[in-house]
Design a protein around this ligand. Structure first.
Ligand code: PMP
Ligand code: GLN
Length: 385
């Protein structure tokens, strides 16, 4: 192709291809077991697939309403009331999105003005900071303790200023598998009360939480809910990340601003899948059993890895497990992860890419949303190194 311009004055000059795309591609090229990018290698419920097929046969193949199918929004409102005893009006406080990524991007597009500061905890999921910057905002990052991943709320208090527009939290947390406790949420609520600071609460793993812990949604805390955009992902919950379906909850005044952007960056999202999800959500067990399902996988994986040279503490939520390889190598995590793919055939994600200044703590993230057979094969190889 002839190049008219070889430079469009990049708005994100330092952004590279996402680590998930890089590692999955490398895994594919090397025929490695892929425990890197977070997606299941097993099928979603055939009943849900049948419901999507049926919706297509029934002719639900044209644009859905801009905020989403009303019945699905109603089912989401019912779910939030059942789980968190919080009321969101399906008329004007819920929008169906093309995955949580679009919801997060739209929240930031709708709320960040030039010069606004946004507090982000590191390690952080990769889509937050580029989006903040695209809209002229400034990420103010706080590196979490690499052992405990606990938030130092005094530090947060120190970094809040008149420029702070938003705080982003993510619980259960990708990549660490840590969860925010009730007392964390109360601390945050105390900090934000009497301020105009918004909250983006990324809760895509809300149902994937272990050992009897309860998910502390921002919806549970009135002083947080009143200022919160809560983002969620059906891809994570129903084993179909490729469908890119999710939603956003927010009080009406915030949701109004969200929808002003949503209607121009996507307008409305996949119609037959919304119709299917509406029916599927009517059975709470379809999401309530998820924690137990993944806890078995976590426990299997950790049991298989117990004699390896990796060190780990069980993940408290998400379908990710961190493993420290300091007993095996002194290589940088990115190099070590690439070598594992090429030489032993197991792919993971190096955690430094999510940290402030790419802090390297010799930790890899393994996704255990895989069949028991895949986990056994991967662990057998990892135990040999
Ligand atoms: N937030 C976090 C913390 C994630 O791990 C992911 C990846 N699933 C997303 C948001 C994006 O979710 P989705 O695939 O629905 O866009
Ligand atoms: N959320 C997935 C993960 O953490 C990746 C999604 C993506 O590839 N952007 O692995």
């Amino acid at each position: 192709m002839t190049q008219f311009l070889n430079n469009i004055d990049s708005k994100l000059p330092n952004v590279q291809t996402s680590i998930f795309a890089v590692m999955s591609k490398l895994a594919f090229e090397n025929n490695a077991i892929n425990l890197s990018q977070g997606y299941p290698d097993f099928k979603s419920d055939p009943q849900l697939i049948k419901l999507v097929n049926q919706a297509m046969v029934d002719g639900k193949n044209q644009y859905a309403p801009m905020p989403g199918v009303f019945g699905l929004r109603t089912q989401i409102a019912n779910k939030i009331e059942l789980l968190y005893n919080a009321k969101y009006n399906p008329e004007n406080e819920i929008t169906i999105t093309a995955g949580a990524t679009q919801a997060i991007f739209t929240v930031l597009a709708a709320s960040i003005h030039k010069g606004n500061e946004v507090i982000v905890f590191k390690p952080a999921y990769d889509c937050y900071e580029p989006a903040i910057k695209l809209f002229g905002g400034k990420p103010i990052t706080i590196q979490l303790d690499p052992e405990t991943f606990k938030v130092d709320w005094d530090m947060v208090k120190m970094l809040i200023s008149s420029k702070t527009k938003m705080i982003i939290i993510n619980t259960p947390h990708n990549p660490s598998g840590a969860v925010l406790s009730k007392s964390d949420m109360l601390e945050l609520e105390k900090l934000l009360i009497n301020t105009n600071i918004l909250l983006l609460s990324d809760e895509v793993y809300e149902h994937i939480i272990y050992d009897g812990e309860e998910h502390q949604s921002a919806a549970l805390f009135p002083g947080l809910a009143e200022r919160a955009f809560i983002t969620a992902s059906f891809g994570k919950t129903f084993h179909n990340t490729g469908w890119k379906m999710g939603y956003c909850l927010a009080p009406a005044a915030l949701m109004k601003e969200f929808q002003k952007v949503h209607q121009y960056n996507v307008f409305s999202v996949n119609h037959p899948m919304q119709v299917a999800l509406e029916t599927y959500l009517k059975t709470p067990n379809n999401y309530l059993k998820l924690g137990g399902f993944y806890q078995q996988k976590r426990d299997l994986f950790l049991d298989l890895m117990k004699d390896s040279r990796f060190e780990f503490k069980p993940s408290k939520g998400t379908y990710f497990q961190l493993m420290n390889y300091k007993n095996i190598s002194v290589e940088r995590d990115v190099d070590f992860a690439k070598r594992l793919i090429k030489e032993i055939g197991v792919a993971s994600i190096p955690v430094s890419v999510f940290n402030d200044d790419n802090l390297d703590t010799k930790v890899l993230r393994f996704c255990f949303a895989k069949s028991d057979d895949t986990l056994k094969k991967a662990a057998e190889i990892l135990c040999k190194i």
